[in-house]
Design a protein around this ligand. Structure first.
Ligand code: FMN
Length: 235
């Protein structure tokens, strides 16, 4: 039996055709956390004329970077692609996904594998606030430099990806709470992206996030039953 498959590009672009809903995404009157978490959906069709002000993007990112990170090293880095010509240049690298060119901006979330080099700056802020004695700070920073400095590339990548995932989620929820929509994207060629956008060598692409005013709501949520994914105490 021959199995029917499709190219990655066809597959990614099929998703939006399957989405037959005609409703616009919900604008939330109630933005308490549980409502926002329930109502966020991946939105793939955007109002192309909607411009988000830089100040609002900064506000969303200020909320996103409150996310937790390994040793508070905050390895996330953001490349905000707002120029239409740059979005067009990104489009083929991201399988021609419509949301790349239609959403107000695309935010590339990156993870800096050498973020531990900022340990002194980060822990000095904590010490200056009076939340850590100077000598403890020195010890902390030295042990971070030593430990992280000896971690394998694989482990540093893993840390950058985990922390990058957390900040991405926080960004998408912040956007929903502020009346915007998003879709996270892994469907792009990472090495082409790095080349085309001059991404520094130590930065690992985590995901792309389209951000804008959604035109169509996106799929209603379907999830595996909780009990299919839940185990208590031991496997
Ligand atoms: C890491 C990651 C990569 C994803 N990549 C894509 C993508 O390239 N294109 C796309 O249309 N959706 C992409 N998605 C969105 C998922 O399809 C979507 O989150 C999932 O179907 C659940 O729907 P919901 O986000 O509306 O709850 C991605 C999601 C994640 C978390």
């Amino acid at each position: 039996m021959t199995q029917k498959t499709m190219s990655k590009e066809e597959y990614l672009n099929k998703v939006k055709d399957l989405d037959t809903t005609s409703e616009a995404p919900k604008v939330l009157e109630n933005t308490d956390f549980l409502t926002v978490a329930k109502e966020r959906r991946s939105v793939r069709q955007y109002d192309q004329n909607y411009k988000i002000e830089e100040g609002e993007i900064r506000e969303l990112l200020e909320t996103a970077i409150l996310a937790p990170s390994s040793s508070n090293l905050q390895p996330w880095r953001f490349l905000v692609i707002e120029d239409q010509a740059e979005k067009e240049r990104l489009s083929p690298i991201a399988n021609g996904q419509q949301q790349i060119t239609e959403a107000s901006v695309v935010i590339a979330v990156l993870g800096d594998k050498k973020a531990y080099n900022n340990a002194d700056q980060i822990y000095s802020q904590i010490a200056e606030k009076g939340n850590m004695p100077e000598d403890i700070k020195e010890m902390y920073v030295n042990s971070i430099l030593e430990n992280y400095g000896n971690f394998s590339e694989e482990k540093l990548t893993r840390i950058a990806m985990i922390d990058g995932g957390l900040v991405s989620m926080q960004l998408m929820l912040a956007a929903k709470a502020k009346g915007y929509d998003t879709v996270p994207m892994g469907g792009f060629d990472e090495s082409e992206f790095v080349k085309a956008f001059d991404v520094p060598e130590d930065y690992e692409p985590v995901m792309l996030i389209s951000l804008g005013k959604g035109k169509k709501a996106g799929f209603e949520k379907t999830r595996l039953p909780l009990d299919d994914v839940l185990q208590w105490n031991r496997y």
